[in-house]
Every structure is written in structure tokens, then in C-alpha cells.
Design a protein around this ligand. Sequence first.
Ligand SMILES: N[C@@H](CCC[C@H](N)C(=O)O)C(=O)O
Length: 314
Amino acid sequence: MNTHAVPVEKYHGTGNDFLVVDAAAESVGDRAAFSRAHCDRETGVDGRDFDADERGARSDRRGADGVLFLSVAERFDPTRVVMTLVQPDGSTATMCGNGARVVARWAHDRTGDREFMIDTQAGTRRATVSADAAAATIEMGVPTFDPRRVPVAREDPEAGEPLIDEPVEGLTVTAVNTGVPHAVAFIDGGRDDPDGVDGADLDAVAPPVRHADAFPEGANVNLAAVVDDGRGGGPAVLDQRTFERGVEGETRSCGTGAVAVVAAARRLGLIDGEAAVSRPPGGELEITVPDAGHATLTGPVAHEFSGTLPADPR
Ligand SMILES: N[C@@H](CCC[C@H](N)C(=O)O)C(=O)O
């Protein structure tokens, strides 16, 4: 058995929490097993075993929403970071919006730089860290409703048509890819409404959509409500909850999901303007989805603790 101990750091972005491993310095033979063991919410890494430092506040939650394996290449300007997210079920995600924001903060803590290029499997994305390092912004690419790229399985006569506001396994959803596939369902009532987003039984309604035949690669499932449509002048405000593929449960925040909700709301004409605020359970995110060009995602990022974990957790 490999008894090697791996240095890790824990960060979160609006409650979407990740262990970070410096992949250039550390080797973890079985990344899927490492992630499955240490991210487990019942038996995984326990923040109370580690001390927080001056950079942030320790969380008492066990486990994590994934492990970010990162390699920094400082010879580039801006510094590049290669990011691989291994999820609690052992799968690898092509993109993670909150994860990429955490990557920017982690790279800032190591280099002092405030601008980075992050190589993800969905493409290279520019990220910036605020002057006080408490927030990070990531360019998120261009959301697509193209059924070949979500992907969505369609049969004639809908073949080739985007899936917009259609019934799938009990929810009325819009399918969009923001680096990973998302199904977005709008319902009435925000988080202050017991019959709204917070009152919904996400763990019951999301899995049939997440595994629906319409989504051959699966989908993250978002329930969202328009709280302010932005027609009064300020940015639109949307409450949302996300059931994530790979976590196979609800997370406190999902960055690609927040962009997906805003892109879908714009496509359906539910909100005005390209800027919106998303309010997942873990905090607030600022999103822009312009008519052309990259969407952006901005929000808080925080360090939780540093420590070591067994490379082979068996
Ligand atoms: N939490 C992430 C999304 C991670 C990927 C997702 N679970 C998938 O497998 O598609 C985010 O902040 O975007």
C-alpha cells in the first residue's frame, strides 16, 4: 500500500468546495479513488482536523465537491494553470466555473499575480482575482443551446432543434452547455416562498432529468426563479439550486449552472439586460451573458485550510 501523504489545500467559491493538489509536485496514482474517499460527505476529509490560517475561515463540513489537480506554468504571461477536476464519483468534469475561480485564487496565493489563463478541457479561460483576493472572475466561454454540443438526443421531427422549455421527466427544461451540460427549469417563487425554489424536493425531481435519455452524457439540473427581471433598471436577480452530475446531489453553488440559468432566462425572454445576480444557497454570483462573446462569472472565493491526506486512502 502507498502510505505517501499528499499536501492539500481546501478552498470554496460560494460554498462549492474543493480540495486542491499541486499535480506538478505530487503524484496521486488513482485520482478517482482519492477523490471518492476524501470528498465523501460522511467519511471524507474533516475540516475540524486542520487549522485555518489568516487567509480564511475553516468550514466544519466533511468532504468536498471535488479535487482540483493543478499544474502551474509561470513561464507564460499571464501564468497558465492546467486544471483537472475529479468529482466525488471519480468522474472528470470538462469545466467547473466555481472550481476555476478557486484555481485563480490558489494560483494568486502562490504567485501574487492577479491574472491567469486556466486550461480546462472545455478550453482556455482568462481569470482575474480582485485586489483584496476575496473574489475572482472567470471568462466562461459562449453558452450554446446547439443540441449537438449540449449534447441533447433528439428524434425527428425535432432533430437538430435546441431543447427549449420542453417537458423532460416531469420538469419543463431548457438545455444549454456552459462548459458542461445543464438542464434549467424555471418555477414560480424564490427562496422566500415556501412553495418556490427552496421548498422544492430537488433530490426527488432532479435525478430523473439528470439521467434522462434526452441527455446522453447526463446533465446538471437547475431549478430557478426570477426574483427581479431587470426591467426596473438594475441587474436581474435569480434564485437557484443545482443538482450536480458527478456529485450526484445538490451543491451550495454551481458556477456553470449560474451561467446556464442566466443564458436560459435570456433565451426565454424572462429577464432584461446582459448582467444578472444569481443567489444559490452558498452566496451570490454576478454573471454576464452578452449577445456575443464570453459569459463571465464573478463571486467570492475563500481558503479553508491546508494539510496532508493519504495518497492511497484504502
Ligand atoms: N460545480 C461546478 C460544475 C462541475 C461539473 C459538473 N458537476 C458536471 O459534471 O457537469 C461549477 O461550479 O460549474
